[in-house]
Design a protein around this ligand. Sequence first.
Ligand code: AMP
Length: 292
Amino acid sequence: VTGEAGAPRDGAPAGDLLVVRSRRELAGALARAPRPLGLVPTMGWLHAGHRSLVARARAECASVAVSIFVNPRQFGDPADIAQYPRNEARDLAICAEEGVDLVWAPAAEDVYLPGFDTLVSVGSIARPLEGAARPGHFDGVATVVAVLLGLVRPDRAYFGMKDAQQLRVVARMATDLALTTVVACPTVRERDGLAMSSRNVHLSPQERAAAPVLHRALAAGRARWEAGERDAETIRTAVREVVATEPLARLEYVSLADDATLAELRRVDGPALLSLAARFGTTRLIDNLVLG
Ligand code: AMP
C-alpha cells in the first residue's frame, strides 16, 4: 500500500484503496462512491475490533470509508494525546486487506476550519460514567463525529459496543440531528478476554497479564445476574471483589445502569449495562457487558 517514504500522496490510489486528506479530495472520492456508503470512524492503530466494524460495513454497504483522525478535542490530558499510538502505513495495509474503498486521514486543519466555534453537547446520557471521569470528552466526541458525518454523509456509521457510552451518545446525536443510521458492533476480545483496544499497546508485560481481570470481573457480575440476582449493588460488589484480586488494577468505577438512560440501578428489571474503568499503571482501560 505504501512505499518506504510512508503514506501515499494525497489522492494517490493504493491498489483499490483510495487515500484522501483534504476536504476537496474527499468530496471528489465520495461523488464517485456507489451507495449505500458505510463509514467507520477510527483514531487509527487498527486492530481486530476495527476490522470487525469494517467487515460489517462491507457486508451491508456498496462502499466502505474509514476515517483515521486522532481528535485533539476529545482528550483532556495533552500527555494522553501525545502518547496515543500511530502507524498510518500499517493502518492503510489493514484497510486494504479488509477491502476498504476509501480512507480519509485528514489533518486537524481539514476537520476544524479556522474560527471553528461549535460544540455539540449531548445531554443526560453523556454525563455519568466516562462523561464524569473525563469532563468534556463526549462534547469532543460528539462534535468531531458531527463534522465527520457532515463531510462524509454516510448512509450508515459503525461504532463498537466496546465504547458503550460513546455508542449511545453518538446514536442519540445522530437520531436527534437526523444525521445517519448508527450501527452497533459487538466487542472483539483477545483469547484471554481482554477487550481489544489501541491503548493495550501501552501495557507492560505484567500489566497485560493482569488486564484480563476486567473481563473476568464483569463475567462474575453477569454470572450473579444469570443466577437470578437482581440487587444491583450486590452485582457491583461481585465485580469489585474480582478486580480487587489483581494488585496491578486500580479500579475507577463499577457501574450497573439502565441500558437506555445510563442511570444507576437499584434493581435490575430490564436491559442493563455493566461497565467499569480501571488503570494499569498509566493506562486507563474500560470494558462492559450488557445484561438482558
Ligand atoms: P477508536 O479507534 O478506539 O476510536 O475506535 C474506533 C471504533 O472502533 C469505535 O467505534 C470503537 O468503539 C470501536 N472499537 C474499538 N475497540 C473495539 C473492540 N475491541 N471491539 C469492537 N469495536 C471496537
